[in-house]
Design a protein around this ligand. Structure first.
Ligand SMILES: Cc1ncc(C[n+]2csc(CCOP(=O)(O)OP(=O)(O)O)c2C)c(N)n1
Length: 321
């Protein structure tokens, strides 16, 4: 195994955090005290967290927006939580939430509610990397539904013809709000094939296996840093509705029942235990520690004073200078 034991256990903590941070959102929403509109990635955590571990300090990430755990762990859990619920102490002064988050000092974002736009902005960042001869690469995420947007094809072509330092990754959960992707929004069953049409090499991997995600993203990044843009696809399943409050009546509940048999967290737990990388006691201790971190972050953020009407309309906080 190329990762040390402590690294493997750290990744377990992150996965456990990701799942339980988002479940805490559902718990708090039920109390009526948590403001906001949420699109959770429960069941899909291994993709964003495997990638987070693969990127280096010179790399930039424009993630697929369904990624609270990545934002929180990459930017600061308390600072992100404050941002997510609109408090002035948040990463963008509480003006962005997670939908429009941009934290250039952490080389992450921008996030954008207009599907397909992030990818164009990410290609612009990568063009800047190439023109300024920067060392790293840019990782650009997209859902398999947004992948059908026309602008995404244009910018994949740009990435290819200019040999930009980019890895595109697709979170293939086979659904866009209520529309299935395979055979409905696209005749392709492997979205990565479309990238190949533009000259981007790549393959499809198990998005519920954090080690597979990390290793394949590390390899993809090495290529991108050498000026070989490429694409990877990670398959997974969205367990909850498109947003919190969506009862997902459009989908056969068996899809989620089946997906739960391939839970990325239980799968990783099993891997750690069977290979002797962790004991049950170690895992329980990590879980306890993460539960405390999550509770503290929500307590901190929810007890901050509400933002002022003056801040909500403050142009200095809304527009970039
Ligand atoms: C240009 C544009 N069209 C439509 C929407 C509405 N919309 C928001 S999310 C979404 C589906 C995204 O699906 P996918 O990219 O597969 O990501 P997932 O939700 O599965 O994570 C749509 C259609 C939008 N935000 N922007």
């Amino acid at each position: 195994m190329k990762y040390s034991n402590s690294e493997l256990l750290k990744m377990y903590g992150q996965l456990y955090f990701g799942r339980n941070y988002e479940l805490k959102i559902t718990e708090k929403l039920a109390t009526g005290k948590l403001p906001g509109f949420y699109h959770l990635a429960v069941g899909q955590e291994a993709i964003q967290l495997g990638i987070m571990n693969a990127i280096g300090s010179e790399d930039w990430i424009v993630p697929h927006p369904r990624c609270h755990p990545l934002f929180a762990l990459h930017c600061g859990i308390k600072e992100f939580t404050a941002e997510m619920i609109g408090k002035s102490e948040g990463l963008n002064g509480g003006m962005a939430s997670y939908v429009h988050l941009y934290v250039p000092e952490k080389k992450i974002g921008p996030s954008n509610g207009v599907m397909g736009e992030n990818q164009a902005l990410g290609v612009g960042i990568a063009l800047g990397y190439k023109m300024d001869k920067k060392k790293g690469a840019v990782v650009i995420g997209i859902g398999d539904g947004s992948f059908q947007e026309g602008v995404v094809s244009e910018v994949m072509n740009m990435a290819a013809i200019y040999n930009l330092p980019i890895v595109f990754y697709i979170e293939s959960n086979n659904i866009a709000i209520s529309t299935p992707i395979h055979g409905v929004a696209s005749r392709l069953t492997k979205m990565v094939e479309k990238g190949k049409a533009f000259g981007l090499e790549g393959a499809t991997y198990d998005g519920n296996n954090i080690i597979e995600v990390r290793e394949t993203m590390e390899a993809a990044l090495e290529k991108a840093r050498r000026g070989e843009p490429n694409i990877v696809e990670y398959t997974t399943t969205r367990w909850r509705g498109h947003f919190e409050g969506d009862p997902a009546l459009y989908r056969d509940p068996k899809v989620v029942e089946e997906a739960k048999k391939d839970d990325p967290i239980l799968k990783y737990q099993k891997y750690l235990l069977e290979n002797g990388y962790a004991t049950e006691e170690q895992l329980r201790a990590i879980e306890k520690e993460q539960d405390e971190i999550i509770n503290e972050a929500f307590e901190y953020a929810m007890n901050l004073p509400d933002t002022t009407p003056g801040n909500v309309i403050n142009p200095d906080l809304v527009y970039a200078k």
